[in-house]
Design a protein around this ligand. Structure first.
Ligand code: IMP
Ligand code: MG
Length: 180
């Protein structure tokens, strides 16, 4: 079973649900009168995006981009490759970049600088998880749901080698899974 690869549950389904609702309410207050465009960074943020957008009571648009910085390891390579760019015109938009996890910060540092050149009115970052201990790029999230220790986690969209995204909670993967 899927859960056999999990050492422990770090954030439960209930905690995820409550926190995402709370963040949705906060974004609803902060983005009154703005032209909100939610940008999901594929694939890890899809579940967070789907839940967060339904917790926001404002007209908004969404778009997706796909970048790769990882391959099949557990450490960022520092090389960010754009696999799918955004479809929408960003002029005058208030961008909210929705990320699964902020680790070294290299990926988002690169993405935010690239998108800021396209005439956006503002850019903010909403991350589900933050691992501040591992930060090497100068980046702080505007919204963060959970700060976690330096452990490799999966579930609620996050993967190890493309698996475990469908776990409904955030769990720490057993070392034996990625060290074999
Ligand atoms: P960064 O560029 O080092 O901040 O890497 C960010 C990306 O690395 C995230 O969007 C994830 O796809 C991946 N990542 C970092 N830490 C983890 C983890 O603990 N589990 C799963 N993916 C992770
Ligand atoms: Mg990933």
């Amino acid at each position: 079973m899927l859960k056999d690869a999990i050492e422990k549950v770090l954030v439960s389904e209930e905690e995820l649900k409550a926190k995402v609702q709370e963040l949705g309410s906060q974004i609803t207050r902060d983005y009154q009168g703005k032209d909100l465009l939610m940008v999901s960074v594929l694939k890890g943020s899809v579940i967070f995006m789907a839940d967060l957008m339904r917790a926001i009571d404002l007209p908004c648009t969404i778009d997706f981009m796909c970048v790769s910085s990882y391959g099949s390891g557990t450490k960022s390579s520092g090389v960010v490759k754009i696999i799918k760019d955004l479809d929408l015109d960003l002029h005058g938009k208030d961008l909210l970049i929705v990320e699964d996890i902020l680790d070294s910060g290299k990926t988002l540092h690169y993405i935010t600088r690239m998108l800021a050149d396209r005439g956006t009115a503002s850019i903010r970052i909403a991350t589900l998880l933050d691992k501040p201990e591992r930060r090497t790029a100068p980046l702080t999230p505007d919204y963060s749901c959970f700060t976690i220790p330096d452990e490799f986690v999966v579930g609620y969209g996050l993967d190890y080698d493309e698996r475990y995204r469908n776990l409904p909670y955030i769990g720490v993967l057993k070392r034996e899974v990625y060290e074999k």
